[in-house]
Design a protein around this ligand. Structure first.
Ligand code: 5GP
Ligand code: ZN
Length: 112
């Protein structure tokens, strides 16, 4: 846990969010500024700043994050979805608590 981290505050219930899934390792809530009709954030309860700070000890947690994505997408009725992990300022990361974006719905996503 990190006192000033916005996602840790959401996990502690100090900041409201729209939760769609919670288990012993992660919480999943809706992004406050969605870029698609469905836009979820999979956030580990453990405070790790980014993918670059993950070590072998996070192997199971990382597997859990990724294996959860298709289950969440199916529960949201998505036929396909996109995952995104921004890492570091130059990677577009704004919140320095590891998270996986899952988004889709509506028109076809742009090719990257
Ligand atoms: P990043 O650029 O770090 O990968 O993405 C951070 C994401 O967190 C952004 O898409 C942003 O909209 C979302 N976000 C930032 N603050 C909050 C918040 O307080 N609540 C929720 N639900 N999402 C947030
Ligand atoms: Zn945190």
């Amino acid at each position: 846990m990190s006192a000033d981290c916005i996602f840790c505050k959401i996990i502690r219930g100090e900041i409201p969010s729209t939760m769609v899934h919670q288990d012993d390792q992660v919480v999943v809530f809706k992004d406050i500024h969605p870029i698609a009709p469905v836009h979820l954030l999979i956030v580990p309860r453990l405070h790790v700043a980014s993918l670059a700070e993950c070590a072998e000890t996070e192997r199971d947690l990382l597997g859990h994050l990724l294996l959860l994505a298709p289950k969440l997408a199916a529960a949201q009725g998505l036929k396909g979805f996109r995952t995104m992990i921004n890492t570091g300022r130059e990677g577009g990361q704004e919140v320095f608590h590891l998270h996986v974006h899952v988004f889709g719905g509506g028109d076809t996503l742009p090719r990257t």
